[in-house]
Design a protein around this ligand. Structure first.
Ligand SMILES: NC(=O)C1=CN([C@@H]2O[C@H](COP(=O)(O)OP(=O)(O)OC[C@H]3O[C@@H](n4cnc5c(N)ncnc54)[C@H](OP(=O)(O)O)[C@@H]3O)[C@@H](O)[C@H]2O)C=CC1
Ligand SMILES: O=C(O)C1=N[C@H](C(=O)O)C[C@H](O)C1
Length: 267
């Protein structure tokens, strides 16, 4: 039985993860973290889902992870890095699904992975993990005369843009095309922009309503265009992927992994 701590347990993904843990006989809810000023602190972690778990929501990370196997984090970059350091010190493995990290913050995660095993991925769904490989394959063939544009749509509550997934898809395309995404990326256009630079990779962001998460990678040439699209219709897909990642970590002591490692898609 793997002992799981859920960080951000009162959030949208927190609830999906709790449901996933309740339905999995191989997993046990060991701890539940939320922000110190959350009204859920001190309440049973299952209360909002009509369940009694015996685990109280806390902001005390050291107490929550004591004796745990894996912390699963879907929060914000700042608390995520705080949990990362606590887990590194305590030898507790991590699944990090949070997005919106800066380059420096991502390096902090890389460094921590020298001491503890971590799965870090901006999208834990099987479909998007496969999409990353498909984009790499497509970009290698459509490497001349095709403009690459990435379009994503999410719910009105999302706080970071472009999505972590869109950025990862951009990295996959850039790598396959021999480009550096930092130099190639164009985040939105306005005014007299001039003709499109063929070396760029464009990003377009849509926010509205309850869209769970849509991503399209467009390869647009003269006379044809190809679109690779993934649409998530439930957060359960991300939660199941994250819990699969937690199980993958059972046999790993240190190292930084992504969902392609978890699904065995790396050559
Ligand atoms: N990798 C993947 O597959 C996926 C990644 N994500 C990412 O996961 C993250 C969370 O998404 P979502 O669940 O929709 O977001 P929510 O806002 O619904 O949940 C975030 C949770 O983190 C808590 N939180 C926020 N700020 C702090 C803080 N300073 N300290 C401690 N806890 C805090 C929130 O508490 P409170 O409600 O009290 O503010 C809440 O419980 C985002 O970065 C999102 O992009 C989302 C879906 C899939
Ligand atoms: O915030 C969300 O909801 C999601 N965030 C992730 C991202 O930024 O890529 C993954 C998913 O699309 C949902």
């Amino acid at each position: 039985m793997q002992k799981i701590v859920i960080a951000g347990c009162s959030g949208r993904m927190g609830h999906a993860l709790l449901e996933g843990v309740f339905e999995d006989d191989g997993l046990e809810l060991h701890g539940a973290l939320d922000r110190a000023d959350s009204p859920q602190i001190g309440r049973d972690a299952g209360e909002q889902l009509g369940r009694k778990t015996g685990v109280k929501v806390t902001a005390d990370v050291a107490a929550a992870i004591r004796g745990a196997d894996v912390l699963v984090d879907f929060t914000r970059p700042e608390p995520s890095l705080e949990y990362l350091e606590a887990c590194r010190r305590a030898g507790v493995k991590l699944v990090i699904g949070t997005t919106g990290f800066s380059a420096g913050q991502k390096q902090q995660i890389e460094r921590a992975a020298q001491d503890v095993a971590i799965v870090f991925a901006p999208n834990m769904s099987v479909g998007v993990t496969l999409l990353i490989s498909l984009v790499q394959a497509a970009a290698k063939v459509l490497n001349q005369g095709y403009d690459v544009e990435i379009i994503e749509a999410h719910h009105r509550f999302k706080v970071d843009a472009p999505s972590g997934t869109a950025l990862r898809l951009g990295e996959a395309a850039a790598e396959a095309l021999g480009r550096n995404l930092e130099e190639a990326a164009i985040y939105g256009r306005q005014g007299v922009t001039g003709e499109r630079d063929p070396n760029t990779i464009g990003f377009a962001t849509v926010r509205g309503g309850d869209v769970v998460g849509d991503h399209t990678v467009l390869f647009a040439g003269i006379g044809e265009r190809m679109e690779l699209t993934h649409k998530a219709s439930s957060r359960a897909t991300f939660a199941l992927g994250a819990l699969r990642a937690a199980k993958f970590l059972a046999d790993r002591r240190v190292g930084l992994y992504d969902m392609q490692d978890v699904l065995g898609l790396k050559k």
